[in-house]
Design a protein around this ligand. Structure first.
Ligand SMILES: [Zn+2]
Length: 346
């Protein structure tokens, strides 16, 4: 293209010179000027033409050189910018994938029961929280909270992203966490109440408490842990089976010279004591069934809210891993990178 342009320029320039020459010759022929003057003019025109043409060529070259230089600088700047952006994006991606996502994935992970704690008599789980119940009202409540088994400052980074980037969901999480922890505390209270009441009743019936471990008393005892457990489990069983957990167990005499109920559940010298205990179990099951039903419905509601929140957290993960949409907002780790990216216009 450059060659064609230069050729055209030369033809036009040369054409003008030839026209000027022809005009000079015409003037000489017409005797307006004489031939000596015409020859001098032709020389002057030729020399001036050559000088102007050479200057033009030189100027054009310098211009082109300058343009090439500017272009190279611009290209280098663009390449540097692209490299910098890529590097920052990579750092961000690593921050999201290595620091934030593992915590987000664990956020509402259900609690694993019975693997961490042993020898408890009852357990109950809700979302990431659980309760392990031990006799004598010694319960261990593992509360629902932000994941704990990660470095504290990394969890705080996730919290900063979530609170500022998704305030409406953060509010939902806080409400759910409070309500779910209250729910777990209510369950503990129900269990404690069952235990306290069984103890009072057993004392009234003259039965001693047996924990199932110490040597088995020969008469007038009840296995406290089992009775508390079966009272709590009975309403749900009754609703499905239409009979109580203890309906299949007859009170009968044994080799110790007394009567037994449910194998090792209770033992007494008098049959009517055990009959009263059996009736008490039925009364207790009836007493707690309404509250237990309400607690069951409340649990389902909280679990549903947990599923919705879980879906929202899954969406963040999908945005990041599949659509590569950044997690909203920033934390101390990624703020500088995001600022630099904004400055670079990325
Ligand atoms: Zn961050």
């Amino acid at each position: 293209m450059d060659f064609v342009r230069r050729l055209l320029e030369t033809i036009i320039f040369g054409g003008i010179l030839i026209l000027l020459g022809l005009a000079t010759v015409f003037l000489a022929y017409s005797h307006i000027i004489d031939w000596n003057q015409a020859t001098s003019m032709l020389w002057v025109e030729t020399v001036v033409g050559i000088i102007i043409y050479l200057y033009h060529l030189l100027w054009r070259d310098k211009e082109a050189e300058k343009f090439a230089e500017t272009y190279a600088i611009k290209k280098q700047q663009l390449e540097l910018r692209a490299t910098k952006c890529k590097e920052l994006e990579n750092r961000l991606k690593k921050h999201y994938e290595n620091d934030l996502l593992p915590i987000i994935r664990e956020w509402l992970k259900p609690a694993f029961l019975a693997t961490r704690m042993k020898n408890h008599t009852m357990d109950y789980s809700l979302l990431s929280g659980c309760i392990y119940y031990y006799p004598q009202n010694k319960s261990v409540v593992s509360q629902i909270s932000e994941p704990m088994h990660f470095p504290k400052n990394t969890v705080e980074e996730v919290v900063k992203h979530l609170t500022e980037g998704y305030p409406e969901y953060w509010k939902k999480w806080c409400t759910l966490k409070d309500n779910a922890n209250n729910h777990l505390n209510r369950i503990v209270k129900v269990w404690e109440e069952i235990e306290d009441r069984v103890k009072v009743k057993a004392k009234e019936l003259g039965l001693a408490e047996w924990d199932g471990k110490k040597p088995n008393p020969t008469s007038n005892y009840y296995h406290a842990d089992i009775l508390v457990g079966i009272i709590w489990s009975d309403p749900e069983h009754y609703q499905i089976q239409k009979k109580h957990l203890w309906d299949e167990y007859d009170i009968h005499s044994d080799e110790k010279g007394g009567f037994e109920f449910g194998g090792t559940w209770a033992h007494s010298q008098k049959r009517e004591i055990l009959e009263k205990l059996k009736q008490y179990l039925t009364n207790e099951s009836d007493r707690i069934s309404g509250a237990q039903k309400n607690l069951g419905e409340h649990k389902s509601k909280l679990e549903k809210e947990g599923t919705n929140l879980g879906n929202f957290l899954k969406e963040i993960e999908d945005d990041l891993m599949r659509r590569y949409i950044r997690i909203r907002s920033f934390c101390p780790t990624c703020k500088g990178w995001l600022d630099e990216l904004t400055e670079l216009g990325a």
